[in-house]
Design a protein around this ligand. Structure first.
Ligand code: NAP
Length: 471
């Protein structure tokens, strides 16, 4: 038998795990153009690296805790991790414990599946004030990401303003208004649960700079808002332009469904609930107001206008207003960040690539958000990873992977453990997972997340049980 093809994958999130799955195909192969096809005709070994001691990336730290069905992908990842040839090296940071150049020397091929860990700025005055946060940070906080567990989230003001009309904006609005008794049954981080229990927030206002039929959210997520217990939904500036028949005629079926949902909300009487979500459209943020902390948001009204060729544009008006708020969350998109030693396209926040092959770097590949930008649902990463793996295996078959001196698996393991005594391997992660689930079972929850690196490392040894108030 030929020597195995050895591949490193950087990032244990959905795109990295799906790439590992395609490389370590189970029985039956992978769907290509509607047919089950085996991509792999030689033994493959895959080492998945992650900077955190935990796996599953945004499935653990991005998906909203009240969306357990969206976390079912973790079962697929568990099966992938159980396949022969899979190893996990957690708590290892590429660029710190290992240089990218070393990875390229140690392996036949390296796949970067590092996601988009930055966020887009609004570019308006006051954005850096305390109380103006990226929604990405807020999401990571309530999901127990160790880097964000200690950030300050001020829920003492009655109104939170969320900028943006995507699914992240809706996730955030839901978590801020969902009855605490429901959140208590999820895997939301304990520190967030405590803060939300004491929250004074009564209104979440979502601002869309364009019209209601331009919303980036999906209809199922929009419909979920309407069934939130104890929450009124208010639609503002959702009026269509004068020639609205022409506008409606241009809309696709998906957009029409969203519009119908919004119309239902706009037309139904308010129940006078204690909490409300306001969907305000055609409104742009102009300045975050305040001295040290956010005290308000200056916004301007936009309107729709057709040009001579009939194209519809969103134009600013001179109408301005101040919205009273103490917390502004900008949910205007994630953004990739550069990795040392790899090219980076600042404009799109991605590693420049052709079908997953990193430009100018042989045997180096990308998949997921760092390949194509921060768009799509978890499942989108499955096909994305498959395309990258196809490119990688085609290169392996045509002998265009330059390396001949790769390290064997035991050598990699030895070097890594010398450099990081707190390396978390697959067994360590399974211990963490077991302990979190056991703590959850005792409390009627899916899991209770451990949110501190030291405690994750301790849990990985399989020795001490999780302390009752592990945070
Ligand atoms: P997104 O879908 O790209 O939405 C970004 C929103 O921000 C848009 O409404 C955009 O408006 C607005 N925006 C951008 N720049 C702005 C600015 N300077 N001022 C005001 N508004 C601005 O991003 P996302 O919500 O972060 O979601 C990222 C991806 O994850 C999406 O593909 C999403 O579907 C996915 N996701 C899915 C789920 C789910 O399946 N439940 C949950 C979370 C995330 P314009 O349209 O005018 O540009």
């Amino acid at each position: 038998m030929s020597r195995p093809l050895r591949v490193a994958i950087v990032g244990a999130g959905p795109s990295g795990m799906y790439a590992a799955g395609h490389l370590l195909e189970g029985p039956g192969g992978t769907y290509v153009d509607g047919h089950l096809t085996s991509l792999v005709d030689q033994p493959v070994e895959v080492d998945v690296f992650d900077r955190l001691p935990t796996q599953w990336g945004l499935v653990r730290h991005g998906v909203a805790p009240d969306h357990p069905e969206k976390k079912l992908a973790q079962t697929v990842f568990e099966h992938i991790a159980a396949r022969p040839g899979f190893r996990f090296f957690g708590n290892i940071e590429i660029g710190n414990h290992v240089r990218p150049q070393e990875l390229s020397q140690w392996y036949d091929a390296v796949v970067y599946a590092v996601g988009a860990s930055g966020d887009t700025a609004m570019g308006i005055p006051g954005e850096d004030l305390h109380g103006c946060l990226a929604a990405r940070v807020f999401v990571a906080w309530y999901n127990g990401h160790p880097d964000y567990r200690d950030i300050e989230v001020d829920l003492s003001h009655e109104r939170v303003v969320v900028i943006g009309n995507g699914n992240v904006a809706l996730d955030v609005a839901r978590i801020l208004t969902t009855p605490i008794a429901l959140l208590e049954r999820t895997d939301i981080a304990d520190h967030a649960l405590e803060a939300l229990r004491n929250s004074k927030v009564r209104e979440v206002m979502l601002l869309g700079r364009r019209a209601h039929f331009h919303g980036a959210f999906n209809n199922p997520e929009l419909e979920e808002l309407g069934v939130l217990d104890g929450v009124d939904i208010i639609v503002e500036h959702g009026d269509l332009p004068d020639n609205h028949e022409a506008v409606l005629g241009e809309l696709d079926a998906t957009t029409r469904r969203k519009l119908a949902t919004l119309e239902t909300y706009a037309n139904r009487p308010l129940a006078g609930h204690d909490k409300r979500i306001v969907l305000r459209f055609l409104t742009s943020p102009i300045e975050v107001l305040g001295e040290q902390r956010v005290a308000g948001l200056l916004v301007s009204r936009n309107h729709l206008e057709r040009d001579d060729s009939g194209r519809l544009h969103v134009r600013p008006t001179s109408e301005e207003a101040v919205i009273d708020t103490g917390l502004v969350l900008r949910a205007i998109g994630y953004c990739g960040v550069p990795l040392p030693g790899l090219p980076f396209d600042e404009r799109f926040g991605i590693i420049p690539n052709v079908e997953g092959r990193v430009r100018g770097m042989p045997a180096t590949y990308v998949t997921g958000w760092i390949k194509r930008g921060p768009r799509g649902i978890i499942g989108t990463n499955k096909k994305c990873a498959r395309d990258t793996v196809r490119a990688l295996l085609a290169d392996a078959r045509s002998d265009t992977l330059p390396n001949t001196g790769t390290l064997i698996g035991t050598d990699v393991d030895r070097i890594l453990r010398q450099r990081q005594p707190h390396l978390i391997d697959q067994l360590g992660w399974l211990h963490i997972d077991d302990k979190e689930r056991a703590a959850g079972r005792a409390a009627g929850r899916p899991r209770i997340k451990i949110t501190e690196i030291d405690q994750l490392v301790a849990a990985a040894t399989g020795e001490p049980a999780i302390p009752a108030n592990h945070g």
